[in-house]
Design a protein around this ligand. Structure first.
Ligand SMILES: [Zn+2]
Length: 84
């Protein structure tokens, strides 16, 4: 970065000029756009959704099972007996 006072060419990461010592104006090297923010959010949410399904598949044997007698509609071979 060129010093505005003495025109000395400093390093890009320099905070002060090496010859005259004035503080150099800070320039942010990376300015993320709205598109970048949306992409980052989409990546994070996508990762979380995929992680949810992967964990659901991996942890399926360890999850608490719903008792079969309170969910008869989940059994396809069950025969619901009618009273009377
Ligand atoms: Zn300078």
């Amino acid at each position: 970065m060129k010093c505005p006072k003495c025109a000395f060419e400093n390093k890009e990461t320099a905070i002060k000029c090496t010859t005259c010592g004035i503080e150099l104006p800070t320039v942010s090297l990376w300015k993320p756009t709205w598109r970048w923010h949306l992409t980052a959010l989409a990546a994070i949410y996508g990762f979380l959704i995929v992680l949810f399904f992967v964990l659901n598949i991996v942890l399926k044997p360890y999850l608490r099972q719903i008792p079969k007698d309170i969910t008869p509609w989940l059994k396809d071979t069950v025969k619901i007996e009618k009273v009377g």
